[in-house]
Ligand binder design. Structure first.
Ligand SMILES: [Zn+2]
Ligand SMILES: [Zn+2]
Length: 340
């Protein structure tokens, strides 16, 4: 089978033939028909993610059709449309047992620690990592595994702070913010959604996605948010950037008993002390999501409440997709379709 593999950091992936291995008991071989390309791949390629062992087939957001099942695999058969949940936990620690495999210290991450889905086939070690897709095409499901699930969990964690008439702020309308705005509109209990970005095209996009207010982050965004909320401040701020500037905005824009959710990797810090934030304001982060949360994301997509903006690319174009992403030229969500 063909696979796109990284042999050296800061080098293009090599498309090569890899001999398929035997499908063992409990395993499933998935024919990959959609693999969403995430910016984390750029961090893997540049060597910025620790403990990556090469060579490695990248691709952590994979969906397709069951090709072959090993012995003792109930409920799945050849031809079933499936999404592959990409964090394979130990299955027996406290976090795994409560469904939070993304928090397991032993989780093997597809496309990071084990070979991923920029390939014609993907070996999945257990059927329990598969989710049947009854209402979505694999290509449409692939981006949801990452930029759907991550903001979904983050938004869900903010919900206890929100109520009808309150306001939730999404800072940054990149791919995570793109879904955060839609998900907040879809599942918040009547909170209005305020999107902040420094690019006008992204603010226009946020309006199209349902944001009630859009604010240019280059201006006095905190004052604007205070004005919109009658002086109280927002009840939730999800910062998908997390630079010093955006975290400063988050802390200036929240109200009492609000929540600031860190969801970006820009590496900024936020001073925290008893009086630094309004009373009982919660400061936390959110990491990817659970299998059940992924099912909920798929349900929202099947209902048409959240939508991706997908552009398909054949496997041979993977390196061009990465260069487009590096230059910021890719506005759509890129999905590799290895069989086209
Ligand atoms: Zn990712
Ligand atoms: Zn575990």
């Amino acid at each position: 089978m063909k696979a796109a593999r990284l042999y050296q950091f800061n080098e293009p992936l090599k498309i090569e033939e890899v001999a398929p291995r035997q499908v063992k008991s409990g395993e499933v071989l998935v024919k990959v028909t959609g693999a969403y390309v995430c910016t984390s791949d750029l961090d893997i390629i540049s060597g910025h993610i620790p403990e990556i062992k090469l060579p490695l087939t990248l691709g952590h957001n994979n969906a397709g059709y069951v090709e072959q099942v090993g012995q003792d695999v109930p409920d799945f058969k050849k031809g079933d449309a499936v999404a592959v949940f990409g964090g394979w936990g130990c299955g027996s620690c406290r976090f795994c047992r409560q469904g939070e495999e993304q928090l397991c210290s032993l989780t093997r991450w597809v496309g990071f620690g084990v070979d991923g889905g920029y390939a014609e086939y993907l070996h999945v070690p257990s059927y329990r990592h598969l989710m049947k897709l009854d209402k979505l095409e694999p290509v449409d499901a692939a981006p949801l595994l990452d930029i759907g699930l991550t903001p979904y969990r983050a938004v869900k964690l903010t919900l206890p702070h929100l109520y009808p008439g309150s306001a939730a702020v999404i800072i940054g309308v990149g791919n995570i913010g793109y879904f955060a705005v839609q998900i907040m509109k879809a599942i918040s209990p009547g909170a209005s959604v305020i999107a902040v970005d420094v690019r006008e095209d992204r603010l226009r996009l946020a309006s199209q996605l349902g944001a009630d207010w859009v604010i240019d982050g280059r201006g006095k965004a905190a004052d604007e948010i205070k004005r919109i909320t009658g002086g109280e401040g927002a009840q939730a701020v999800i910062d998908t950037v997390c630079s010093n500037d955006t975290l400063g905005l988050a802390s200036a824009a929240v109200g009492r008993k609000a929540i600031i959710m860190l969801l970006g990797l820009a590496g900024g810090t936020l001073p925290y002390s008893f009086l630094a934030l309004p009373s009982e304001c919660v400061l936390t982060n959110s990491v990817w999501g659970t299998y059940n949360e992924l099912e909920e994301v798929m349900a929202l997509a099947a209902m048409g409440k959240i939508k991706a903006n997908i552009k398909r690319f054949p496997l041979k174009d993977i390196n061009e997709v990465f260069s487009g992403m590096r230059k910021g030229q890719l506005e759509e969500q890129a999905v590799i379709t290895p069989w086209s």
